[in-house]
Design a protein around this ligand. Structure first.
Ligand code: PMP
Ligand code: GLN
Length: 383
């Protein structure tokens, strides 16, 4: 293995899901729902296969999906992207992020990301031989946010891009317009490209609205906007994502993407196009249901003795384990199956400064109510 990848080992999601299978523990670690997406959309995938959508689709993606993505961006955010040159379909958001970083960063360039960050960011940046500059999100009145001065101080002459994930995994923070304005101004002042990861765009709670960075003045022209179908339609295994950006940026990302995977699987693309056009009511119901599940898990975790931080978006709740008498989340989550028959994710693995997150543990709530309830019953054994 090349030296720049040696630090990465196995992802925490693979490690913890394997632990769940091995021990029979309830898996509130890796974020994937235990119920299926809209039935008619699943039927469309079957129909796509039986009606012959089984050969290579065009490199940029099936036109129908690029059109549906474009219509969806317009309807949701009043953002205008041309399906012919400003939309690229990828193998999930993961490929979109990797291809964007590889296409836009020279070796030695710096990419700012907020820690804790989704694990593929550091690996994509390392593959590009660029450097990650982490700006720490810290809880202020129970909500993770950044210090604008720390963000400004992270910019150097080598800074090329900033990776912005909102709604944010793993903290559940949805950046406010004010926070996004700080980021937007910095991008314009220093000529930075913004790469946005918006895979949880539809999963926000308590009336909080997701604001895409590209909708802020001066940002559409310098933003690579990324999303995917996995979270929106509860089909994380379909691995269908997309990039929306001005033609020059999409051309750069496509140049790399064509040699990573050439193109993404055809049947899912047709089904996701249908989903974006016809199933947004289903998504609204998913969002409402998830808000109830969030509250259910938060109440249960609090009753079990955790300090719980309220997320405004995503599938995840952050907890502080210190009230239970534990200090180290990695040690805690490795023992949790044996202690309580539950699997969770140690947030510290998403930091460049693990000591800043050592006492945080992430629990997923995209699970059936009875699964959440049983996990809570088990976790109450801890106190
Ligand atoms: N970004 C974030 C923040 C995520 O949580 C995930 C995990 N689903 C991804 C990207 C990857 O998305 P996809 O499965 O579409 O590659
Ligand atoms: N995005 C999901 C999570 O954060 C799953 C990621 C993965 O398995 N790579 O749990």
């Amino acid at each position: 293995l090349v030296s720049r990848m040696r630090a990465f080992g196995t992802t925490i999601f693979a490690e913890m899901s394997a632990l769940a299978v091995q021990t029979g523990a309830i898996n509130l670690g890796q974020g994937f729902p235990d119920t299926d997406g809209p039935a008619a959309m699943l039927d469309r995938a079957v129909q796509a296969i039986t009606s012959g959508a089984n050969q290579y689709p065009p490199g940029p993606g099936v036109l129908e999906l690029r059109q549906a993505v474009s219509e969806h961006r317009m309807a949701q955010y009043r953002l205008d992207y041309d399906p012919a040159g400003e939309v690229l379909v990828t193998v999930g958001a993961t490929e979109a992020i990797a291809a964007s970083v590889l296409a836009l960063c020279e070796p030695g360039d710096e990419v700012i990301a907020f820690e804790p960050y989704y694990d593929s960011y550091a690996a994509s940046i390392a593959l590009a031989q660029a450097r990650l500059a982490a700006v720490t999100l810290r809880p202020v009145n129970g909500r993770f946010t950044f210090d604008p001065d720390e963000l400004r101080a992270a910019v150097t002459p080598r800074t090329r891009a900033i990776l912005v994930n909102s709604p944010h995994n793993p903290t559940g923070t949805v950046f406010t317009r004010d926070e996004l304005t700080v980021i937007a101004e910095l991008c314009q002042e220093h000529g930075l490209i913004a790469i946005t990861d918006e895979v949880y765009e539809h999963l926000t709670f308590d009336g909080v609205e997701h604001v895409p960075l590209a909708t802020l003045p001066g940002m559409r022209e310098r933003t690579v906007m990324i999303s995917s179908a996995g979270k929106t339609f509860s089909v994380t295994g379909w691995k269908t994502g997309w990039v929306c950006a001005p033609p020059e940026l999409v051309r750069a990302v496509s140049t790399v993407k064509q040699f990573l995977t050439f193109t993404a699987s055809a049947p899912w693309q047709l089904a996701v196009a249908y989903g974006l056009r016809t199933e947004l009511e289903w998504v609204a119901a998913l969002r409402a249901g998830l808000q109830d599940k969030r509250d259910r898990l938060m109440d249960g975790l609090a009753a079990a003795g955790f300090e719980v931080l309220r997320p405004s978006g995503t599938y995840f709740v952050q907890t502080d384990i210190r009230p239970l008498g534990f200090e180290d989340g990695l040690e805690f989550t490795r023992r949790l199956p044996e202690l309580a028959g539950v699997v969770a994710i140690p947030t510290q693995v998403f930091y460049d400064h693990p000591e800043r997150g050592s006492h945080f543990v992430r629990f997923a709530f995209c699970k059936k109510d009875e699964v959440i309830d049983e996990a809570v019953t088990r976790l109450k054994r801890l106190s």
